[in-house]
Design a protein around this ligand. Structure first.
Ligand SMILES: [Zn+2]
Length: 264
């Protein structure tokens, strides 16, 4: 059906004109041309594939620990926890990821690295931030302005096919499980959203800085995966610190203090 491609592209451009103006939770203007329903379907399909390749933990103390932290974070973020899927994957690399459709994956290596429940809350809050700010949709939309337009057109048209370019735009690379870095803008936005969410949920926001300091210390010749997909640097820590006053005031106002014990 090659001959129909120009028509799809035309339709997409028409769609762009209609839905291009959106605003992220921090007030940043976004170009989003793919409907949420399509992105959610794509995220769910990608997550299902990942789970097939590496079945997540079930019935484990680590999963209970992650849920103990995630539940208050989602409530504080104004979300319905039941609508989210958060899974723990047996994988030593310290990493975590988020997909459209309210899917979050945490590696066991990340739980190992995050020393306190507050540090893990910073990771999960950050990933909730990527989902709430629709960073996946934005990346796919940006891809549509490049040569990826034809592959992306396939999703918009029938909602089932998706090409390598779309997977890359979701941060999954050509193969599932290969995570690509988000832009600096997306990273700092997810950091700020995550910092507020954790503070409102009753986790001390200063633990976010501790997490990134611990991450930066790991370094070495082969940086941990989360560091290459979410680079830890002084600018990031300074940015977090510049929002700390506001986050601390939210933290002081929060009515709860989740008691989540890291399994030994
Ligand atoms: Zn990130």
């Amino acid at each position: 059906m090659k001959s129909f491609k120009p028509l799809y592209v035309f339709l997409l451009l028409a769609l762009t004109a209609i839905v291009a103006c959106q605003t992220s939770p921090t007030g940043r203007k976004q170009l989003i041309v793919v409907p949420d329903s399509q992105m959610n379907q794509l995220g769910a399909a990608s997550f299902a594939e990942m789970k097939k390749g590496n079945p997540p933990l079930s019935d484990s103390a680590l999963l209970d620990y992650v849920m103990c932290i995630s539940h208050p974070l989602l409530i504080a973020a104004g979300e319905q926890p039941g609508g989210w899927e958060i899974q723990v994957f047996e994988d030593d690399s310290p990493n975590a990821f988020a997909l459209p459709g309210r899917k979050i994956g945490i590696h066991t290596g990340m739980i190992e690295l995050a020393k306190t429940s507050g540090q893990l809350a910073a990771v999960i809050g950050h990933e909730i931030g990527h989902v709430q700010a629709k960073h996946g949709s934005e990346r796919v939309s940006l891809g549509m302005t490049s040569q990826a337009v034809q592959q992306v057109a396939a999703i918009v048209v029938d909602g089932t096919e998706y090409g390598a370019a779309t997977m890359a735009a979701l941060g999954l690379g050509a193969q599932f499980g290969v995570l690509l870095p988000y832009s600096r803008t997306h990273e700092s936005e997810a950091d700020f959203i995550g910092l507020e969410i954790m503070a409102r949920a009753g986790f001390d926001p200063s633990h976010a800085v501790g997490l990134w300091q611990g991450m930066a210390k790991l370094g070495g010749q082969k940086p941990p995966e989360f560091m290459s997909t979410h680079p830890a640097n002084q600018t990031r820590i300074n940015d977090l610190n510049s929002h700390m006053g506001h986050a601390k005031s939210l933290y002081r106002k929060s009515q709860q203090q989740p008691d989540c014990k890291k399994p030994s």
